[in-house]
Design a protein around this ligand. Structure first.
Ligand SMILES: [Zn+2]
Ligand SMILES: [Zn+2]
Length: 460
């Protein structure tokens, strides 16, 4: 019998309003019991979780695994290994692969491969439009039948509002959430960084906040019109947060996610580390020893190029406020691997995106919990209960009988993110050399540890 007893951790299960020091018994892939001083069944393996947080397995609903077609950047095996290291038991892969995940065959391929190669649970998001070209709807019913749990054209954005309306109507019929990368092409054109002070100072083409806000507003109207649940991905702009806050008050089925890079960094980072630490970075991480140890990088470093772009300090504050007041319900990485040679070019020509699975928990703990903007319970909710609810997944809880997906993390562990320690196939992170606080020590999928931090004994 496959069994594991996690002893003496602070067990936080938001779905059951449980927050107490307790043991968790996992048997045959399910949660068998949660309680104080549980008797150990014969032959059970034990894990000492004293001083650690024991949470339902964390879910990241925004990950690019690059398979099929771009396996030089990442594969299901390496991407899911990075997820395990980061403390994630479930991830959702985006359909902007090559070919795109816009038909049942491709969904089946990924689900099949995930079963054999995946270290954690891999769920598949299907495309909204064929080839993500925004012109013709993908077969949404067929995608649902093949097992997708959401649709999105992420990396692209459907510009035709009527097509988006039809997608929402189908999605609503099939009870699939529509996840949207909010970008108005006519406003953004070929912008490469936030349109503000720094893009002018650096001579780079601007990507205005309105380019995101326009589509967030469109999505609110379409959610109201169709009743579909629309989820706005990687929110970066203050105006987007305000629009969603207001729409939610009216009961519109709209939701949003935020990524740690958007609420940690700002556009000043593109001007180089000196400018960043002297300005927008000055107040960062006051609660940890990281303060005063400032990693250096040059101006125009392409590891600070993402889509949507890093924005102003005011936008960063608005995203943090949106997370604090519940406007933004979900945290995610937008893990977007790219090869070194692709990023080692002029800023204008580099692809957008950074890897994030291994740093997101620490950055969220630092910017939200250690900075006293959010409780630990609320942070876990945004990584478990809320994404599970959006995606209709029977996950994100430690209820007895639930799948034995568990994340054990130490919110106070200080560590440095090093290039050589990443399990991802790519190394496009702006956070190498950063002193971080908080990390996963064990990631358990269906009762089986898939990652245990070195030096952390499984048996006690
Ligand atoms: Zn995107
Ligand atoms: Zn993405």
């Amino acid at each position: 019998m496959n069994s594991l007893l996690l002893t003496g951790g602070r067990v936080i299960d938001p779905a059951n309003h449980f927050d107490s020091v307790a043991d968790v018994l996992l048997m045959d892939g399910k949660v068998a019991a949660v309680g104080k001083n549980l008797p150990a069944p014969a032959g059970v393996e034990k894990f000492n979780a004293h001083g650690k947080v024991v949470a339902p397995g964390l879910i990241d609903l925004h990950v690019h695994l690059r398979e099929p077609g771009q396996t030089a950047k990442e594969t299901i095996a390496t991407g899911s290994a990075a997820a395990a290291r980061g403390g994630f038991t479930s991830i959702v892969c985006m359909p902007n692969t090559s070919p795109a995940i816009d038909h049942a065959g491709n969904v089946a391929l990924i689900r099949e491969r995930a079963k054999t190669e995946g270290v954690v649970n891999v769920f598949v998001a299907g495309a909204i439009s064929k080839g993500l070209d925004g012109e013709e709807l993908a077969p949404i019913g067929g995608l649902k039948k093949a097992g997708v749990i959401a649709i999105t054209d992420d990396g692209h954005c459907v510009q035709n509002n009527d097509l988006m309306r039809r997608a929402c109507e189908y999605a609503h019929m099939f009870d699939l959430p529509v996840m949207d990368h909010c970008q108005d092409y006519s406003l953004v054109t070929d912008g490469v960084m936030h349109e503000g002070y720094w893009n002018v100072a650096l001579g780079l083409r601007g990507w205005p906040s309105a380019g995101e806000e326009m589509i967030v507003a469109r999505n609110i109207l379409l959610a109201e019109l169709t009743g579909a649940r629309i989820h706005c991905q990687h929110l970066s702009a203050a105006g987007s947060v305000a629009l969603i806050r207001d729409a939610k008050k009216r009961g519109v089925p709209i939701s949003g996610e935020a990524c740690p890079h958007h609420f940690t960094l700002t556009d000043a980072a593109v001007a180089g580390s000196e400018k960043f630490w002297a300005g927008d970075g000055r107040q960062l991480f006051r609660s940890s020893r990281a303060e005063g140890r400032h990693p250096a990088w040059p101006a125009y470093d392409t590891h600070f190029k993402m889509n949507p772009p890093l924005r102003s300090a005011k936008d960063r504050e608005a995203v943090l406020a949106g997370l604090a007041d519940g406007t933004i319900e979900i945290l995610a990485s937008d893990h977007a691997p790219h090869c070194d040679y692709e990023k080692e070019v002029e800023f204008d020509y580099a692809p957008f995106g950074i890897i994030g699975l291994e740093t997101e928990l620490a950055l969220c703990l630092m910017q939200l919990v250690h900075a006293r903007r959010l409780s630990l319970v609320d942070l876990i909710t945004k990584y478990t209960l809320n994404p599970a609810r959006l995606l209709n997944l029977k996950k994100g809880t430690l209820s007895v009988g639930a799948e034995a997906d568990v994340t054990v993390f130490d919110p106070d562990r200080e560590w440095v993110f090093r290039r050589e320690d990443s399990a991802s196939k790519s190394r496009n992170s702006p956070f190498f050399g950063w002193h971080l606080k908080g990390r996963a020590v064990a990631t358990i999928v269906a009762g089986r540890p898939v990652f245990v931090e070195r030096g952390e004994p499984v048996a006690v």
